[in-house]
Design a protein around this ligand. Sequence first.
Ligand SMILES: NC(=O)c1ccc[n+]([C@@H]2O[C@H](COP(=O)([O-])OP(=O)(O)OC[C@H]3O[C@@H](n4cnc5c(N)ncnc54)[C@H](OP(=O)(O)O)[C@@H]3O)[C@@H](O)[C@H]2O)c1
Length: 276
Amino acid sequence: MSSFPPATLIRRAFVTGASGGIGAAFVDALLGDGYEVWGTARDPARLPARPGFHAVALDLADGAGTKRAFLAAQVEAGGAFDVLVNNAGYGVFGPVETQPFSVWSAQIDAMFTQTVRLALLALPEMRSRGRGAIVNVTSLAVEFPIPGMSGYNASKAGLSAWTLSLAYELEGSGVAAIDFRPGDVRTPFNTAVVQAPEGSRGGERWGRVWRRFEAMHDVAPVPELIAADLVRALRRGRSGVVRSGSFFQARLAPLLARLGSARLNQAVQARYFDLR
Ligand SMILES: NC(=O)c1ccc[n+]([C@@H]2O[C@H](COP(=O)([O-])OP(=O)(O)OC[C@H]3O[C@@H](n4cnc5c(N)ncnc54)[C@H](OP(=O)(O)O)[C@@H]3O)[C@@H](O)[C@H]2O)c1
């Protein structure tokens, strides 16, 4: 007999970037919490088959394809999702002047524009049913921008601002907009980072920053801890910011930063990233 609840109790979630790292942990946690889950990867062969899981091919670099893939999944899910988790994303590392404009704008398009588009596609059905949650996975980089990751910082900050704007507008609608901000998490994120052609790993200064970045990831919390925070946030069902990660990054640092001046915070952060 299936361990799933009766059809009327099944909640349905759509999770982008489900092939590894945080997204795969989200899928496991949601399946464990009784959801039926549609999860995406650019190559769906990377998505393991399991009960209650539907693999979806989706590439945020292809806007029209992204829309088609989501709408097809939504029909398959009975016309609406209860939860959309916009998790897919990637880093580009290197100083601003070395990043080709096409790489920079492609990152903003995938991680901001197409990500917002998915929320806009999911919203009407959620609103008309008076329930649902849009979870946009941003980052603590919204509060503490990462050196060498200007496009990443900008797309996450934009997504955060958009999510909090939406939260105002959804007040009283039964639909939540959650700005979910992980700190460092031990995932394959760094191996997928696109390195700018010059001055990134090669240059001494940026090499040091990169090594610091890698060292922080090596000791970061595992994605399962982050996924448990997501499930708790969905159970609360409230709009707003959710920080998730180590005690230092997700609790202490944001508190201390509120007490420090902008200048002091920037100096502390440059030191934290070994940016001399
Ligand atoms: N790890 C961290 O320390 C950390 C901290 C804060 C926030 N985050 C955020 O958390 C999210 C997940 O990151 P992660 O650490 O789990 O990284 P990850 O292990 O590299 O996973 C990234 C996921 O995004 C998908 N993806 C990448 N580019 C895509 C594209 N153009 N179109 C569609 N899907 C794409 C990948 O799928 P395929 O490659 O299979 O297509 C993969 O499933 C990201 O938004 C990241 O910015 C991570």
